[in-house]
Design a protein around this ligand. Structure first.
Ligand SMILES: [Zn+2]
Ligand SMILES: [Zn+2]
Length: 792
């Protein structure tokens, strides 16, 4: 028996237990022994273990769960594993803060990070369960696990063998605040007000040119001055030398077409290194490199009396000194785009350091060509991906000067100037803890003390879940993945790096389709943030509305688009559950604890056939929609249940149940309808549908069982035309409402004008339904444009 009220929290918890640890756990596990079913593999995103899920995660995992359940019900053997992206800076920063420990205590630090992360995973896992997300937990992975390290290190050694790994002194984007190199993809841009300083650079005692710069502190590392060769103002100065203020140095004036004549005075100072232009020019013209800023963001020895000052402080001092010596002509305020580190929001610098790289630039063409066939949902995400690849002009800096990460499995021989990889049999390895000698000269090797960028870890997930290099049979079956769901903000990182690395390692693209979800903004339409006070925590809304309500909300999103979190949408979902529950209870009452006998569909009434034909139509539509990731088909399903089933069909058949007129047919129709509906709705609202399905014992298994997606019964579509009967009934109801007549009060006469023969004959067959369900004494059917005239 269904309870009077739907107690969502109780019911949801009960089924989550049965699915994850109880009698139905097998359904959600990939069956490696199944040789018949087609396989569907979802390369689920491993969230960074921050401790809690945000609403964007909730949206993403609900979609994944809907697809996994749908595919399973369609008969696929579904592999839906779940992992965790555990290593990285944010955890280190928190651990540093909490335990007052420095990264130099390598092992102790790492262990504290691991402990911290384990706790966080437990919490996030319980949140995933709360929203009804049931991946195959037996396939769980964590990027900090020894096996995961092993796979990452193995993959890097393969890259080394292909000649794609190198170590170089190279200017890299560096975050002095975090003390590590970062990838271009980790840079965020923000506009801020800054001062443009117009500074004199003397050619001789009297003559000077003026350079406008926002970063006068870099003057100490100025190695050349650039002008545009077409700039009439400076044509005669090309090749001459100028004095760099506050230094003893002279630098050359060089002409290059890339100089923007319209910025400042049209003269730029090139410093090692201020921005990407500087890097390009310094290499192009083979200029000197002066390392002016070190890894802690302080000025170096090369900067003379400014040595040891932080960048901001040095800027103030240098401006002061320039002013005192009369070098500054004027200053003006401008707005400027500056790069900041996305994790800590502090300005980044270009710093010359020793780093490890993977060659990417040489492979752009190959990547673009091979990934041509990946289908992006929505389509326009493909352009974002292609543009990113095309515009890439740097190899990938994979080393990070941190501790909580996968160690680079390499050594370096200072004598032979060679990279020596670790042995495959030694993996996983931390070279910093394992002394080794050079196989060529027997010198003691220098271990790589750096760890990998965390995208190096997460960009091989399709290989991890398919047991690459571990189980060949399994790999053949499960690689490439069928689907990669992910957010649009990580196309240039996670999507790109995965395609690149897996392609190089396997010569095949890693996934066939990528489903891209947008961001969830706060109820005020702005990005959720603590400072705006508009953060909505998933737990709060699950407790208030239940998982099945939130899952319906997730279906209102269109792939790729950002949307605000609207509470009334979630509330509507909750009210829909109540409606469905009440309909199920009514049907339960009609059936009176019995399973109706199997009738021939031919014997059903027109109205019975109409609702079943509509249900068939919804099955076909939903199937097609889910195949194409159109989750908002849920809106049509809600309307179907709410209006066609509850407001109309159930209201129309009530009299047949109470007065025993064609009662068996009504019972049978209600039974079939509810059975198909619970199956159809199961991927979207899995808890309530399981509860109803089990209550009616439609079949002795879970509604989510493999192959359980409903098939259309095959009712003739012609019965959809019986919708005209529903229109008639609605018109009569409207008349009663407008004239303040109770629905239970009988009216004397109704004239129905109708043109199409098929509609006429359906109305004719349903006269009894009309008379009884909306209480009419006499019904006349007349020829004409559709119209219903009621008389009191
Ligand atoms: Zn930082
Ligand atoms: Zn050597």
């Amino acid at each position: 028996m269904l309870t009077k009220d739907y107690k969502f929290l109780e019911v949801e918890k009960k089924w989550q237990n049965e699915w994850i640890n109880g009698k139905y756990e097998k359904i959600f596990k990939f069956d490696n022994t199944d040789t018949k079913s087609k396989i569907y593999v979802i390369d689920t995103p491993p969230p960074f273990t921050s401790g809690k899920l945000h609403m964007g995660h909730v949206l993403n995992f609900i979609w994944i769960d809907i697809i996994a359940r749908y595919k399973r019900m369609k008969g696929f053997n579904v592999l839906c594993p779940q992992g965790w992206d555990t290593q990285g800076l944010p955890t280190e920063l928190k651990v540093e803060q909490k335990y007052k420990i420095k990264k130099e205590e390598r092992e102790k630090f790492r262990n504290l990070c691991i402990e911290w992360t384990k706790e966080f995973i437990a919490n996030m896992k319980s949140q995933m369960t709360m929203i009804g997300y049931v991946p195959d937990w037996s396939k769980e992975y964590k990027t900090m696990d020894p096996d995961y390290w092993k796979a990452v290190q193995y993959s890097l050694i393969k890259f080394f063998e292909k000649g794609m790994i190198y170590k170089a002194k190279h200017p890299v984007h560096f975050c002095p605040s975090c003390g590590t190199a970062i990838a271009k993809a980790e840079i965020e841009y923000t506009t801020r007000e800054t001062t443009l300083n117009y500074i004199k650079f003397f050619l001789d005692e009297k003559n000077f040119i003026v350079i406008a710069t926002t970063r006068p502190e870099l003057i100490q590392e100025c190695v050349a001055v650039f002008v545009n060769p077409n700039d009439e103002r400076y044509k005669n100065l090309i090749g001459k030398f100028v004095n760099v203020p506050l230094t003893e140095r002279k630098v050359k004036i060089i002409a290059d077409e890339d100089v923007d004549m319209n910025f400042g005075t049209g003269v730029v100072m090139v410093c090692s290194f201020g921005d990407e232009h500087d890097v390009k020019w310094i290499y192009k013209y083979n200029l000197d490199i002066i390392k002016g800023i070190d890894e802690s963001g302080r000025l170096t020895e090369a900067c003379g009396i400014y040595k040891g000052m932080k960048v901001e402080e040095a800027r103030k001092r240098i401006i002061e000194d320039l002013k005192n010596k009369n070098f500054i002509i004027k200053q003006e305020k401008i707005m400027q785009n500056v790069g900041i580190h996305e994790r800590c929001k502090k300005p980044i610098e270009f710093i010359l350091t020793d780093q490890w790289f993977i060659k990417v630039i040489d492979f752009k063409e190959k990547i673009l060509k091979e990934s041509e066939n990946i289908k992006w949902i929505p389509d326009y995400m493909k352009k974002r991906y292609v543009d990113w690849v095309k515009n890439m002009d740097w190899d990938w800096v994979i080393s990070r000067q941190r501790v909580f990460g996968t160690p680079l499995p390499f050594y370096y021989c200072e004598n032979c100037k060679k990279i020596i990889p670790a042995e495959i049999s030694e993996l996983p390895i931390d070279p910093a803890l394992n002394e080794k000698r050079c196989p060529y000269c027997n010198n003691l090797l220098t271990p790589a003390r750096d760890v990998c960028d965390c995208w190096v870890d997460s960009s091989i997930t399709p290989l991890i879940i398919s047991k690459w290099m571990e189980d060949e049979e399994y790999f053949k079956k499960t690689y490439p993945s069928s689907l990669r769901p992910q957010g649009h903000e990580i196309i240039r990182t996670w999507a790109f790096y995965t395609i690149f690395r897996c392609l190089i390692l396997t010569e095949k693209i890693p996934f066939q389709k990528s489903l891209v979800n947008g961001m969830v903004f706060g109820p005020d339409g702005r990005k959720m943030s603590k400072s705006l006070g508009n953060v909505v925590e998933p737990n709060e809304i699950v407790e208030k509305y239940g998982a099945d309500a939130i899952r319906q909300w997730a279906c209102t999103f269109v792939p790729g688009s950002d949307t605000a979190l609207i509470m009334k949408d979630i509330d509507y979902g909750k009210r829909f559950l109540t409606k469905l529950w009440n309909a199920a209870r009514f049907i339960e009452m009609c059936l009176n604890n019995e399973t109706p006998e199997n009738l021939d569909f031919e014997n059903l009434t027109v109205i019975d056939k109409w609702i079943l034909a509509k249900c068939d139509e919804m099955i076909e539509k939903t199937d097609e929609a889910l195949e194409n990731f159109n989750f908002n088909i849920m809106k049509e399903l809600q309307d179907f249940v709410w209006h066609d089933v509850c407001d109309n069909y159930i209201e129309i058949v009530k009299y047949r149940i109470y007065e025993n007129i064609k009662k068996k047919e009504a019972q049978f129709t209600l039974y079939i309808l509810l059975k198909n509906l619970t199956k159809l709705l199961a991927p979207f609202i899995p808890h309530i549908t399981e509860e109803i399905y089990q209550n009616f014992k439609f079949e002795s298994r879970s509604v989510h069982s493999k192959g359980n997606f409903p098939e259309p019964i095959g009712i003739d579509k012609i019965y959809l035309n019986a919708a005209t009967v529903i229109n008639v009934i609605e018109e009569i109801r409207k008349f009663k409402g407008n004239n303040k007549i109770k629905l239970s009060e009988e009216i004397s006469n109704v004239k129905i004008y109708v043109k199409k023969d098929i509609e006429k004959s359906f109305i004719n067959e349903c006269i009894e339904d009309i008379k009884k369900s909306v209480k009419v004494k006499n019904v006349e059917i007349l020829e004409g444009e559709f119209k219903v005239e009621c008389e009191r």
